[in-house]
Design a protein. Structure first.
Lengths: 328, 339
């Protein structure tokens, strides 16, 4: 309770620090993207097949792509200052609307993947630590090595082959049954069914990491004096593991999970493509292919904000898990 | 009087070594017994073995740990099943460890750590257990217990933490308290306070207290009876007056001679402290008396056969044929072992 004011202070400070960071990221990304050959007008004209030089320059003029680079940057920053992410030439829609349509899907995919990874990883790690050196531990070690080394797109494809094609248990792509018109609980179950395979494919790599990390940390904590104290109190093994070993072992795992959340977004691009998941990852991929820089910049801006927010959340979570860490 | 704790012929083994051999020891209710020895003598392992808290690689190779429970029934802790053992741990027998810095869980408040032991053993709610934690902090003389109960171990000093450890230990009013070097990690000025506290609690709860230490000053002030260990064996046991007055085993004599004395006006610049030559490692692989390689009075027979523990006077046991032979025969003859 007495930590609450400190946490609020930390949140305010993080928010203030985020502003220059994010502006720097925007400017850097803007110039990086200019290094790629071609722009949205070139791609549109190319796809049309029969574009003349006049149509091309008309397109460029319409999207402001004929202006000097610095002027384009100025325009973009001007838009940002008015909380506008600009307009996508390709979709002819505001970027904010495009992102808002895709964001919930990606967030729910990332969230469920991370939750799955933590749940499975910590459980497996706890089991491995409890049976350290015995057959159960060896078998799970091999399994986690497999999870670690198999690329997510391949495991996604194999999941589709097994669970969608052979067994027919789960859908192979998309985010919901189109035209089913479900509401309430039915809609939730429907969406959950579509989410299982992509979330699992995305999670398995992290399951392996958290399992190894939890196992190592738990074995280390188990050897500490305070665990012997807990056993001397007569506490049953489950209470010793849960309240004394796991609680201490989780601190490094949360650090890693915070770092991974940003990485999950990168992984989501691949998995979303495999499962035709209508999320930000696929939007970003399409934006790259279409040289749709406004969309890409918007997504990059959003992900940098996400990283800032997650880092702050991890700091607060750690201060809650470990009272020795001060939230400053 | 039947003993509260009666350890018979206890041996502790690791895969490649047997650090404790055939140790016997008794503790009566309300009695303070000191187990004395240098590092590596096996005294801490003995303490852990009594509650079956040995490291995974070690095991009780033989012997019995007979403990008289609350109902008067005697059980062998060395063979008790895990569930029954958990009922004894923390409730009937409690332990205070050497390192208060690391013996408390760093991520839980001290109140939570005290509360969980009464919650488990007495089935109290968290609320009631928390209230008990405040009472217990007050009992171990921590000022402002109501505020301190929310503190985390890193917010307390070493002496305070050891008090919290003691509060955890006496939370269920145990019949036996094992204190493994409870003051070694503490400041000298705090040591006496903590030992006074342990002694007061022993009287209030009429607990047996097994005090494990290498500090003879601690023994002299607080112990009723002393057992001296060397290389995993008990070499001498006596009431504390006897041990300090007429020590018989050469090792005990060496230990007492090596203690600094204030009265003689001794200072290292005036007269060097006596030392026992060699180290405990020289006991490895010894067939006879483990102390023989360091002993000034050792004879050939010492190196060949393990000396037996003989009762030279009531309650005074010594494992040294050389020094016991020097006392008049009839005195040794009439003596009978106690316990």
């Amino acid at each position: 309770m007495r930590r609450l004011p400190r946490i609020l202070k930390a949140v305010r400070r993080t928010a203030l620090q985020a502003v220059p960071t994010v502006i720097g990221i925007v400017i850097l990304n803007f110039f990086l993207l200019r290094l790629t050959p071609g722009d949205a007008a070139d791609v549109l004209a190319g796809e049309a097949g029969a574009a003349t030089v006049e149509t091309l320059s008309a397109l460029k003029a319409k999207f402001g792509l004929d202006l000097p680079v610095l002027q384009q940057l100025g325009g973009y920053l001007h838009n940002l200052a008015h909380f506008s992410l600009g307009v996508s030439p390709r979709y002819n829609q505001p970027v904010a609307a495009l992102i808002a349509a895709r964001l919930p899907n990606t967030l729910s995919l990332m969230g469920s993947a991370l939750a799955l990874a933590l749940l499975l990883g910590i459980t497996l790690g706890a089991i491995m630590a409890s049976f350290a050196g015995r057959p159960a531990d060896r078998a799970l070690s091999v399994l986690s090595l497999l999870f670690y080394s198999i690329p997510s797109f391949w495991i996604g494809l194999m999941f589709i082959v097994l669970f969608s094609v052979k067994l027919g248990w789960l859908p192979s792509g998309g985010a919901e049954t189109i035209g089913a018109g479900l509401t309430g609980w039915g809609a939730f179950v429907d969406r959950a069914r579509y989410q299982v395979l992509p979330a699992l494919s995305l999670a398995l790599f992290y399951v392996a990491i958290y399992a190894r990390l939890t196992r190592g940390d738990m074995l280390e904590v188990k050897a500490q004096d305070h665990v012997r104290t807990a056993r001397a109190k007569g506490l049953p093994p489950l209470a010793v593991t849960r309240d004394h070993v796991l609680r201490n072992a989780l601190i490094p795992v949360t650090t890693m999970a915070g770092i991974h959340l940003a990485g999950l977004m990168g992984g989501a691009v691949v998995v979303e493509t495999v499962f035709s998941w209508p999320g930000l990852g696929r939007l970003a991929y399409e934006a790259v292919m279409g040289r749709d820089f406004h969309v890409l910049l918007g997504i990059l801006l959003l992900s940098s904000l996400l990283v800032v927010v997650v880092n702050a959340a991890v700091d607060i979570l750690q201060a809650w898990l470990d009272p020795r860490i001060e939230v400053r | 009087m039947a003993a509260l704790l009666d350890v018979r012929d206890l041996s502790i083994a690791f895969p490649r070594a047997t650090p404790v051999h055939g140790l016997s020891l008794t503790v009566a209710a309300g009695e303070t017994v000191a187990l004395v020895g240098e590092s590596g003598s096996g005294k801490s392992l003995t303490a852990l073995a009594l509650m079956r808290l040995l490291p995974d690689t070690a095991r009780i190779a033989s012997g019995e740990v007979l403990f008289r429970g609350r109902g008067g029934g005697v059980s062998d802790l060395a063979r008790l099943d895990d569930a029954a053992l958990r009922q004894v741990r923390g409730r009937d027998i409690a332990m205070v460890f050497q390192e208060p810095m690391t013996s408390l869980n760093p991520v839980l408040s001290v109140g939570r750590q005290i509360a969980e032991v009464v919650r488990f053993h007495e089935g109290l709610s968290w609320r009631a257990a928390r209230a008990r934690a405040v009472e217990l902090l007050d009992l171990v003389r921590i000022p402002e217990p109501r505020r301190r109960v929310e503190d985390y171990p890193h917010e307390l000093s070493g002496g305070m933490r050891q008090r919290v450890m003691i509060a955890i230990a006496v939370a269920c009013a145990p019949r036996l308290l094992i204190a493994d070097e409870p003051t070694t990690a503490l400041d000298v000025t705090i040591q006496a306070q903590v030992l006074d506290l342990l002694d007061a609690l022993r009287r209030d709860f009429s607990m047996g207290l097994l005090l494990i230490t290498h500090d003879l000053g601690v023994v002299a002030e607080w112990a009723d009876r002393v057992a001296v260990m060397y290389a995993g064996r008990k070499v001498e046991e006596a009431p504390f007056e006897t041990l300090f007055g007429t020590p018989l085993h050469p090792y005990t004599r060496g230990l007492l001679a090596a203690s600094p004395r204030l009265d003689a006006g001794q200072h290292y610049s005036v007269g060097a402290l006596a030392e026992i030559r060699g180290s405990i490692a020289s006991a490895a692989g010894e067939r006879g008396c483990a102390f023989a390689p360091r002993c000034a009075v050792a004879r050939t027979l010492c190196r060949d056969a393990l000396p037996e523990l003989d009762a030279v006077a009531p309650g005074h046991l010594v494992a040294c044929p050389v020094t016991t032979a020097a006392i008049p025969q009839e005195e040794a003859h009439h003596a009978t072992p106690v316990g």
